[in-house]
Design a protein around this ligand. Structure first.
Ligand code: FAD
Length: 458
C-alpha cells in the first residue's frame, strides 16, 4: 500500500497535514513535487521565486533523506505526471492540500477525474497555506461566501478554533522503484532572466532559523517598529509563508503563547494574509478584475511607468522602495503601500500594471496577497476608505524621518543630510546640479487634482 503526498505550496516537514495524512494512510509514501509547466506557461515563474523554490526543494529533499526518504521530482503537466507516478508506484491515493486560486481549483478537478478513471482516489485536505482555511468562518446572511471587510473577519478569525500543530515525521519510506529527476536548479526552473542580487535563502530550515531569531529579538517590539522603514524590523517571513516552508498555524500558536503586544500585532498580520486568501477563494476573478468599485479612468504614460519601475520618479522615498524591490525581491509593507499609491493614485496608472511588476520580482509574490493588496491600495478592493491618497512626502516624514532609508537605496543622494534628502528639488541651482538625480515626474498637487476629478471628488 502506497500513497502519494503531492507537495504544492507546503514545502515543509513540520506541521505538514498532507504528508501526515499520507503517512497514516499507507506504509510507503511518495513525496512528489511536479515542476508544473502549466504555471510556467502562465508567466508566473520568475527568476527570484525560481531561486527560492530551488532552495526549498533541495532543503525538503535533504530533510526527507534524513528520515530515510527522498523527494521525487517530475516535470510536466501536474495532472499527467501525478497520474504517471501513481501508476508506477501502484498508489491508491493521492493526498493534496486544497488551493485557493482558479488555477488550483481547475487542477484539483482534473486530477480527481483522471485518478478516478484509473480507480485511484484524490484526497483533498484543507488549505494549509493559511492559518484558517478559506470559508472556515463566514459572515451571517444568506448567500454570503466571504468577508469583504477585515475587522469583522478578524474578530471571527480570532474566535475560531485552531487545529493543533503536527510534529515532523520520524521516518518516510519511499518505494524504491519510483524514478526521480534531479533536483532542479533556479536556471532549470526559470531559464530566462537573472535573479536579484540579494535574495533570501529558501527552504524550511532557513525559515525556521529566521523565525527563531526574530521571535527572540524582533517580535516583542514589532507593534512599535512595524512601520519603521530604515529600521527594517519586520519578520521577513513572507517568502517562507508563500512557499509553505513555514506553517502559519504553527506561527500563530507560537505567537499566541506570548502576551506581548508585538506578538498580537504579528498575529493580526497573519490574519490579513488569511483574509486576502478567503476573498480570492470566493472571488477568483479578483486576481484580474476590480473587486468592488470599477475604475476605467486609468492613464498610461510609458515614460512615467518606466521611471516608477526603475526607481527614477524623482521622489526619493518612492525610488528607494522600487530599488530595494529590484535588489532584494522584497519590500517593506510600508514601502509597498506608498509606491503602489504613487503609481495608482498619483500617476493614476492601472493597478494591474504595478501588480504585474511586483509579481515579476517579489520572492513572496502571490495572487491573493499581491493582487488584493494592490486593489486595496488602488481603492478598487476591500479598503473601506478607497479614496485615501498616500502623499510620499508625508509618508517620508513619518516613516523615514531622518532619511536613512533613502540614503541606503538612493546612493546618489547620500551626501544630503537628514530629511533634506526627501526634497532634493528644493536645493539651490548649483547645489542641485551636483546631484545626478531626476526631477519629479509630476507635481503632487497636479496629481491630486487629476485624481479627484477622475473619482468625482472635486
Ligand atoms: P511582517 O510585517 O513580519 O508580517 C508577518 C506576515 O504577515 C508576513 O510575512 C505576511 O505573510 C503577513 N502579512 C503582513 N502584512 C500583510 C498584508 N498587508 N497582507 C497580507 N499578508 C500580510 N504579501 C505577500 O506575502 N505577497 C505579496 O505578493 C504581497 N504583495 C503586496 C503588494 C502590495 C501593493 C502591498 C501593499 C502589500 C503586499 N503584501 C504581499 C503584503 C505585505 O507587504 C507583505 O506580506 C510584508 O511586507 C512581508 O514582510 P514581512 O514578512 O516582514 O511581514
Amino acid at each position: 500500500d502506497v500513497a502519494i503526498c503531492l507537495f504544492s505550496s507546503d514545502l515543509r516537514l513540520h506541521d505538514q497535514p498532507v504528508l501526515h495524512a499520507a503517512l497514516r494512510a499507507a506504509r510507503q509514501v511518495v513525496p512528489l513535487f511536479v515542476v508544473d509547466t502549466g504555471i510556467a506557461d502562465a508567466g508566473f515563474v520568475v527568476p527570484n521565486r525560481a531561486a527560492f523554490l530551488a532552495d526549498a526543494l533541495a532543503d525538503l529533499d535533504a530533510g526527507l533523506r534524513e528520515r530515510g526518504g527522498r523527494l521525487v521530482i517530475r516535470t510536466g503537466d501536474v495532472v499527467t505526471e501525478t497520474c504517471r507516478v501513481a501508476a508506477e508506484a501502484g498508489a491508491g491515493e493521492v493526498h493534496l492540500a486544497a488551493g485557493v486560486s482558479g488555477y488550483a481549483l481547475r487542477r484539483e478537478r482534473r486530477l480527481r477525474a483522471e485518478l478516478a478513471s484509473a480507480g485511484r482516489a484524490l484526497v483533498v485536505h484543507d488549505a494549509v497555506i493559511t492559518a484558517l482555511p478559506p470559508g472556515a468562518v463566514l459572515p451571517s446572511g444568506p448567500g454570503k461566501d466571504h468577508f469583504a471587510v477585515f475587522t469583522p473577519y478578524f474578530r471571527r478569525w480570532q474566535a475560531a478554533g485552531r487545529r493543533s500543530v503536527l510534529p515532523a515525521p520520524r521516518s518516510v519510506r519511499v518505494p524504491a522503484e519510483v524514478r526521480s529527476e534531479e533536483l532542479p536548479s533556479a536556471r532549470v526552473l526559470c531559464p530566462d532572466g537573472t535573479p536579484s542580487p540579494a535574495l533570501p535563502e529558501g527552504g524550511e530550515r532557513a525559515g525556521r532559523r529566521r523565525f527563531g531569531a526574530w521571535q527572540r529579538s524582533g517580535m516583542a517590539d514589532y507593534q512599535d517598529r512595524q512601520d519603521d522603514l530604515p529600521g527594517d524590523a519586520t519578520s521577513r517571513l513572507s517568502p517562507y509563508l508563500h512557499f509553505g516552508c513555514l506553517s502559519p498555524v504553527e506561527l500563530v500558536h507560537k505567537a499566541a503563547g506570548r502576551s506581548d503586544a508585538g506578538a498580537e500585532a504579528f498575529v493580526r498580520q497573519l490574519a490579513w494574509r488569511d483574509f486576502h486568501h478567503q476573498v480570492l477563494a470566493a472571488r477568483p476573478d479578483a486576481a484580474h478584475s476590480d473587486y468592488r468599485s470599477r475604475d476605467d479612468r486609468w492613464r498610461h504614460d510609458d515614460a512615467e511607468v518606466t521611471a516608477w519601475k526603475e526607481g527614477r520618479t524623482g521622489y526619493p522615498v518612492v525610488d528607494a522602495g522600487m530599488r530595494q524591490l529590484l535588489h532584494e525581491g522584497w519590500l517593506h509593507n510600508r514601502a509597498r503601500m506608498l509606491v503602489a499609491s504613487f503609481l495608482t493614485k498619483t500617476l493614476y496608472v492601472d493597478w494591474r500594471v504595478g501588480a504585474r511588476h511586483f509579481l515579476d520580482l517579489l520572492v513572496d509574490g502571490d495572487m491573493a496577497n499581491n493582487q488584493l493588496n494592490w486593489q486595496w491600495v488602488a481603492g478598487t478592493g476591500t479598503d473601506t476608505r478607497p479614496n485615501r491618497v498616500l502623499n510620499p512626502l508625508v509618508q517620508a516624514r513619518r516613516f523615514d524621518p531622518r532619511g536613512d532609508y533613502v540614503r541606503r537605496w538612493v546612493p546618489e543622494l547620500a551626501g544630503l543630510a537628514g530629511a533634506a534628502v526627501h526634497r532634493p528639488w528644493k536645493l539651490s541651482g548649483p547645489e542641485r546640479a551636483a546631484y545626478d538625480y531626476p526631477d519629479p515626474v509630476l507635481d503632487l498637487a497636479d496629481g491630486l487634482v487629476r485624481f479627484k476629478r477622475a473619482r468625482g471628488l472635486d
